[in-house]
Design a protein around this ligand. Structure first.
Ligand code: ADP
Ligand code: ASP
Ligand code: MG
Length: 427
């Protein structure tokens, strides 16, 4: 008997009809002779709506992070109980569990807690009794504070992978509103092609570059624990995409040069202008940024200019999440005198485009194709960064989608059939 963990995202459980549909799919998997653990997200855009609601009663609700987690974990609890009700009404037997009841222990950091331990004793018991176990995604429990925590936006994927690892599951399936992992977000490039398989390293880079089909921490967890993932649609029978962590039978030995293109609209840019060209200034600036608690991504420093060595100045630009822009700008403003720069420039209308592929390691010419495609489309590049298997550029936000389409075509990734998005708002 195989043990399968199935995770259904918000768009898959968006309304009563969809919950009944998911109930039937889960029952089918059990009746095919499997033990089934189901992880669910909050219905539709519930999490966003709860955040909107919090903002309507408090100006800065995140100043009370414990209460935000109390609020947001309620979304997944609604889904888990409704799905259990639907499964039981359809003639099978199921039991729902909160993250804490499922044994998901985390660090104490509200809003971005890390899983420290998974002890799914009650899930095992439910399975041994022949029940389908349903678990609320995105949440855990901290032993010291005795409080519930959340794992960060999109975190239900990570719950599913962590449970699959702890239960030594045979497969972890991530059900969403598209047929699998595509060469680009089908909402941006309708000619995107579905991949039958992708190596976990490339998937990790795509997720890091903004492809929200999988939570980056879920991919990291899968890689570390050797969990194979299948990404597929709740609304079709397409077998989806296998994200493989080991080279197994059938996996490609030679990786494609480019697996996909990702876009990220969540970033902003800060340029610190007129920094004295003396050793230690970059360290001072990024210490101030780190103290403000922001994760920075790309950094560019230009060549110092000035007539003589004593008054030479340079500029440093870096990208960071839009949500952190004002906080970091305030921190840099407060330290303006000691840092000695002339002015700050903030830009929240940038977009990041990344090209990812494990085969890039051994192929030259990827950057020439990328820059050539952007030049032909008349798109200006503001920053560039590279890793072994990724090249990212910053463009204007207004031109990002157009850039993605041009680059997708240049790497010959276009499909003849149009990609289907079955549900969801993409919010
Ligand atoms: P869920 O609610 O099921 O967790 P998400 O909205 O988090 O779903 O993720 C699914 C969405 O990810 C798709 O609707 C699609 O717009 C987006 N997406 C971004 N990049 C990709 C990609 N490379 N392949 C497939 N989908 C992608
Ligand atoms: N409901 C949470 C979110 O919207 C977690 C998830 O969907 O994975 O971020
Ligand atoms: Mg998701």
């Amino acid at each position: 008997m195989a043990l399968i963990v199935q995770k259904f995202g918000g768009s898959s459980v968006g309304d009563a009809q969809k919950i009944k549909h998911v109930a039937n799919r889960v029952i089918e998997t059990q009746r095919a002779g499997n033990q089934v653990v189901v992880v669910v997200s909050a219905m539709g855009d519930t999490t966003d709506e709860l955040i909107d609601l919090a903002q309507s009663v408090a100006e800065n609700p995140y100043n009370s992070p414990r209460e935000m987690d109390m609020l947001l974990t309620s979304g997944e609890r609604i889904s888990m109980a409704l799905l259990a009700l639907a499964i039981n009404a359809a003639g099978a037997s199921s039991r729902s569990f909160t993250g804490s009841q499922a044994g998901i222990m985390t660090s104490a950091k509200h809003g971005d807690a890390r899983i420290s331990e998974v002890t799914p004793t009650r899930i095992r018991e439910a399975l041994d009794d022949g029940d389908i176990a349903i678990v609320a995604g995105f949440q855990g429990f901290n032993k010291d504070s005795k409080d519930v925590t959340t794992l960060g936006r999109g975190g239900s994927d990570t719950t599913a992978v962590a449970l699959a690892a702890a239960l030594n599951a045979d497969l972890c399936e991530i059900y969403s509103d598209v047929d699998g992992v595509y060469t680009c977000d089908p909402r941006v490039v309708s000619s995107a092609k579905k991949l039958d398989s992708i190596d976990v390293e490339s998937m990790l880079e795509l997720a890091a570059a903004g492809a929200k089909i999988l939570h980056i921490r879920a991919v990291e967890y899968a890689r570390r624990h050797g969990v194979d993932l299948r990404v597929r649609s709740t609304f079709s029978t397409d077998p989806g995409t296998i994200v493989y962590s080991n080279l197994k039978d059938g996996a490609q030995m030679e990786e494609p040069v480019v697996s996909g293109v990702a876009t990220d609209k969540s970033q902003a840019q800060i340029t610190v202008i007129g920094i004295p060209d003396v050793p230690g200034k970059a360290a001072e600036i990024f210490t101030a940024v780190a103290k403000a608690g922001a994760n920075i991504d790309m950094i560019v420093q230009n060549t110092p200019t000035g007539s003589d060595v004593t008054d030479r100045v340079s500029d440093i630009s870096f990208t960071l999440p839009k949500a952190d822009l004002q906080r970091v700008a305030n921190a840099l403003e407060a330290a303006k005198e000691s840092l000695g720069y002339r002015e700050l420039e903030l830009d929240d209308s940038i977009g990041k485009l990344s090209v990812v592929g494990a085969g890039m390691r051994t192929h030259s010419g990827v950057s020439a194709t990328l820059f050539g495609a952007l030049a032909k489309a008349g798109i200006n590049i503001e920053m560039i960064s590279t890793s072994e298997i990724r090249i990212s550029v910053v463009t204007s936000l207004a031109q990002l989608d157009e850039a993605a389409r041009a680059v997708h075509t240049a790497f010959e990734l276009d499909s003849d059939v149009e990609a289907v998005v079955y549900a969801g708002t993409g919010r």
